[in-house]
Every structure is written in C-alpha cells, then in structure tokens.
Design a protein around this ligand. Structure first.
Ligand SMILES: *Cc1c(COP(=O)(O)O)cnc(C)c1O
Length: 315
C-alpha cells in the first residue's frame, strides 16, 4: 500500500486564542485536513479500510454516491486513483454541473460520472438498486454516500486513539453530517471523554439515532450503548440555515479564525463546529484547567462550491 503519502498520525496542533486562555482551556486542533491535500480529513479515515477491502477482494473499481459538491466524491476519486482502482461516481440530480470544481477534479482523477434523478438517488441504498448496478458494471466495490458503513466507522476509531497517545483531552468537538465519524470516535472513546457533535444540517436530531444504531450494531446491548452515549452531546442549532448554507457572520468568523490561528476552516462543516465551540466557552463558569480538541475534518475543497454561489473569495 502506498500509504507513505498520507500524513498519519495527523498533527495535533496547539493554538492560542484569547477567549480560551481566559477560561483556562488549552485548545488543540486535530489536523486531519493535513492527512492529504486531496483525500482530506475524515473522508480519508472513512475510505481507508474500504479501499483495503476492495483491494483484498480483487475488485478493480469503486462505485460511490454523492452530491455535485461532495467532499466524499472528490476524496474517493483521488484515493481510487492513488490505489490504482477505477472509480464511478453516481451524482445526485440530472442538473449536476460536471464542470464545477469538485466534479472537474473528480474527472481529472479518472472518475466516471453518472448523474441520476433525485428520486433514483434516494433509492440508491436499496437492495434492488444495488442488484441493478451488477447488470451494468462488473467487479466493483460499493461505498455508500459519505463512506457510511462498517469500515467507514471503524476507520474513525484512530482519530481518538491518536489524540489519546498525545494528550488527555477533556472535551472533543467534531462536525456531523451522517454521524459516521463521531460513531467511530465514540467506539474508540475508552477513557470516556466528553464528545460534542455539531450538526451541519437543519433538524440534526436523526444524527443521535444514527449514532445509537451504529453503536448497537457493535455492542448488541442497550445498556452499553446508553453508557457510551452519556458522554456524547449533539448541538443542532449551529447549521446557519441548513446544509451548505452560509451567511456573512460565518464567513467573517472563518476569516477571523484564520487570522488568529493561520488555519483555514471549511464553510460547510468545520466553521460551524468551531463557531459552536467558541460559543460554548461562555458557558464554562469555573477556572478548572481543561484541554479541548477540535477535529479539523478537512473539506477545504468545498470552499470553491460556496464561492461559486456567493461570489467573493472566502480567503
Ligand atoms: C463529510 C464531512 C463531515 C461529516 O462527517 P460524517 O461522518 O458524515 O458525520 C464532517 N466534516 C467534513 C469536512 C466533511 O467533509
């Protein structure tokens, strides 16, 4: 495996921000965005074991799913290219623009794109649909949208293991889209740290159900799931209007965070999570020293898609 080109363990970077110092909090950023320039962040974590499986099983191609600006599509296209696999991306919506930044990039990695209607896309995780793919394509390995499967979850256990070998964190913040990443982190949470998920979508409560289901699949015991979930909370009020919605407050915040730390956030996930985390500092009313970690799950390729909508450069 040509894994040398991936920066693992990813750096755990200490950053200095006044508000944190005042509350006696040491802040660290887990720089999964630096794992690889194009297979970045949690998408690499979720793809890693899936790609290994595809190779073990002698498959010659990956088929996966995503929206027209999907970080997962971009990451899968590049990862497949690195490992010498062909790739096919099934894209949501017949109006998807194959020339946008994400899909141009995916094509440049050799990914073949197929746009399907939204209703066909919604059916794509059914057994019938998967069977119908076998009539069209041979010898493929299927990865669901966002890398949301057993191997995807398992690949994210290392996020917390890597942090634990470096520091003893009190609180860990992570962005949630499907809750695959946070589920892996909860499975790896042997020291029972506080894990706080921030929903990137409006109506994010389904994410808690996803976590419970993922944990139940592994633990097969309600009490064990309950115990693990006691240390998890989900913030659902920082979506800024919904998935991939942004406003000036968020963009200004991204710029300010960049000025303070030198670190770029993505507008769809990590900026909303960092914003939530900064808000939550105000609720800490004691001076107890704590270590907080923000997982930088990557996603910087998504900035272009937001700029295509909103115009001016974010950075
Ligand atoms: C996809 C993505 C997420 C969401 O991860 P889930 O495992 O689906 O919860 C978070 N952050 C970034 C940058 C992403 O690209």
């Amino acid at each position: 495996m040509n894994s040398e080109q991936f920066h693992i363990p990813s750096p755990l970077q200490k950053v200095l921000i006044k508000e944190f110092n005042e509350k006696n909090i040491e802040l660290y950023i887990k720089r999964d965005d630096l794992i690889h320039p194009e297979v970045s962040g949690n998408k690499w974590r979720k793809l890693k074991l899936n790609i290994e499986q595809a190779l073990f099983k002698g498959k010659d191609k990956i088929i996966t799913f995503g929206g027209a600006h999907s970080n997962h599509i971009a990451a899968t296209a590049k990862a497949a290219e690195i490992y010498g696999l062909k790739s096919i991306g099934i894209i949501r919506g017949e109006d998807a623009d194959f020339n946008n930044r994400t899909l141009s990039f995916a094509r440049s990695c050799g990914m073949k794109l197929m746009a399907v209607s939204r209703s066909e896309y919604r059916n794509s995780d059914t057994w019938d649909y998967k069977e119908s793919l076998k009539e069209k394509f041979e010898n493929f390995y299927l990865i669901p949208q966002g890398g949301e499967n057993f191997y995807g979850i398992n690949g994210c256990i290392d996020i917390i293991n890597e942090i634990e070998t470096a520091i003893s964190p009190d609180v860990i913040y992570v962005s949630c889209g499907t809750a695959t990443t946070i589920s892996g982190m909860i499975l790896g949470n042997k020291n029972h740290r506080k894990i706080i998920g921030v929903s990137a979508l409006k109506g994010g409560n389904f994410l808690l159900e996803n976590m419970r289901k993922n944990l139940m699949d592994v633990y097969s015991d309600e009490e064990t799931v309950q115990y693990a979930m006691e240390r998890v909370s989900l913030l659902t009020d920082y979506h800024f209007g919904g998935f991939a919605k942004v406003n000036e407050i968020l963009i200004d915040f991204m710029r300010e965070f960049h000025q303070l730390t030198g670190i770029k956030l993505d507008p769809i996930y990590t900026a909303k999570t960092a914003y939530a985390m900064l808000n939550k500092i105000r609720e800490k009313h004691n001076n107890k020293p704590e270590k907080w970690v923000l997982i930088h799950t990557g996603g910087l390729q998504g900035i272009a898609g937001i700029e295509e909508k909103t115009g001016p450069n974010v950075y």
